[in-house]
Design a protein around this ligand. Structure first.
Ligand SMILES: Nc1ncnc2c1ncn2[C@@H]1O[C@H](COP(=O)(O)OP(=O)(O)OP(=O)(O)O)[C@@H](O)[C@H]1O
Ligand SMILES: CC(=O)N[C@H]1[C@@H]2OC[C@@H](O2)[C@@H](O)[C@@H]1O[C@H](C)C(=O)O
Length: 372
């Protein structure tokens, strides 16, 4: 670390409680809000079965609705326990748990809802907390998601890349960032283009739970043993979402009718078909890239699903590899993103813009809560 790095840098810990509802990730990043200077320790705190049930029951709910306070209390408790292990971090970037997301106002006002109050955490942990990262973007007319893209740009620089690549996150929902690391910064014209690709693991997990009482299709083994139902896949791909120009974002349950469409199929064929839907929606998204990516680096749990990874590679004819190939941590990239974004917020730097969330101008989201 140079002297300049030492004075400009902050040690921040970021957290992510993702749409899969499996638990909370936390990861430290040392950064000045522009460059990644170092990655620090990481930790994970799973939700118990009982906690997960409370969170699941609150999915789709807005503040003030039944079940939301109980969900928020669980989110805050889990984060407080986990973050207590990060005594060296000077700043916390707290994403919270998305319960509902409707940036286009299809069900009422345009809004997004991440459970958990950062002011409570700041008091509990005695450190400043940046939180509520998405609301101001939505208020300004943006999608409020995805927010990791500016961090993906910093990752490409950190890895020394010199040509456009894609970072693909395969969580409950999929999202992709096309990055041109030849640009000076993430906010520069032509540096990033990002959007949600479609449902990724969420429908597969729901199928596994409903039919077999299992959390997921381990390594994509069940899907590998089944046959893809072409009519279901083609009908899914005819959804106008895939042709819509980015930016665009999704709620976890936006494609909930997909599960109904595979009802008549065997377990293996249903898993194969849902996996193909996830892969095909990803590669349909690549059509929107401003110029071809040289490679696709995959983060999130879906990178461990060999069937999904194989189908994406087959459909796009690009090298598709886990982000570990760049020296990054695919389990923690989103948590690291919120550490990085928290520092950007404290430095007054933008966290989203027209090519990431579609917000009309670059904006810095997030509230800062101090302990006192
Ligand atoms: N070994 C594996 N085989 C198959 N699928 C896996 C494996 N490990 C994880 N997954 C899938 O990845 C999911 C978790 O991914 P991840 O933690 O990236 O999601 P998330 O952060 O909750 O979601 P999002 O990014 O949408 O908020 C699991 O629910 C499961 O579906
Ligand atoms: C509203 C919301 O929480 N969206 C999540 C979700 O999970 C994946 C995808 O949908 C992405 O849009 C986003 O998370 C990542 C971290 C993001 O904002 O970049």
């Amino acid at each position: 670390m140079t002297e300049r790095d030492r004075t400009a840098a902050l040690r921040a810990v970021g957290t992510m409680s993702g749409t899969s509802l499996d638990g909370v990730d936390a990861a430290e990043v040392v950064t000045d809000g522009e460059r990644i200077i170092a990655f620090g320790p990481t930790a994970y705190r799973p939700y118990s079965t009982g906690e997960r049930e409370v969170l699941r029951a609150a999915l789709g709910c807005w503040p003030g609705e039944p079940g939301v306070d109980a969900a928020a209390a669980i989110v805050e408790r889990a984060h407080a326990e986990l973050l207590a292990r990060f005594g060296a971090a000077e700043l916390i970037g707290f994403h919270g748990q998305t319960l509902a997301h409707d940036p286009r106002g299809r069900t009422g006002p345009r809004r997004t809802h991440q459970a958990g109050n950062g002011a409570h955490l700041a008091r509990a942990l005695g450190r400043p907390v940046v939180w509520d990262f998405r609301s101001s973007d939505v208020e300004m007319g943006g999608e409020g998601a995805p927010l990791a893209p500016f961090f993906h740009f910093a990752c490409a620089k950190w890895a020394g890349l010199t040509a456009p690549v894609a970072f693909l996150n395969l969580g409950g929902v999929g999202n992709v960032t096309w990055v041109d690391p030849r640009r000076p910064g993430p906010e520069a014209a032509g540096a990033v283009l990002a959007f949600d690709t479609g449902p990724a693991n969420a429908p597969i997990n729901d199928l596994m739970m409903r039919r077999l009482g299992r959390e997921r299709d381990e390594d994509g083994a069940l899907a590998a043993s089944g046959r893809i139902d072409a009519p279901v896949l083609n009908r899914f791909l005819s959804n106008p979402y895939f042709r819509r120009m980015p930016p665009k974002s999704l709620d976890r349950n936006d494609f909930h009718d997909l599960l109904r469409r595979v009802e008549g199929l065997s377990d293996a064929d249903a898993a194969a078909t849902l996996t193909a839907c996830a892969a095909a929606s990803v590669t349909a998204g690549f059509e929107h890239f401003p110029e071809p990516a040289q490679a696709v680096y995959v983060t999130g749990g879906g990178r461990l699903n060999a069937t999904m990874m194989g189908e994406i590679a087959q459909r796009c004819a690009l090298p598709v590899a886990p982000v570990e190939d760049l020296g990054l941590d695919g389990d923690m990239l989103e948590a690291q993103a919120f550490a990085y974004l928290a520092v950007r917020v404290t430095r007054g730097l933008p966290t989203s813009g027209p090519t990431t969330t579609g917000v009309p101008a670059l904006i810095g989201g997030g509230q800062i809560s101090t302990p006192h």
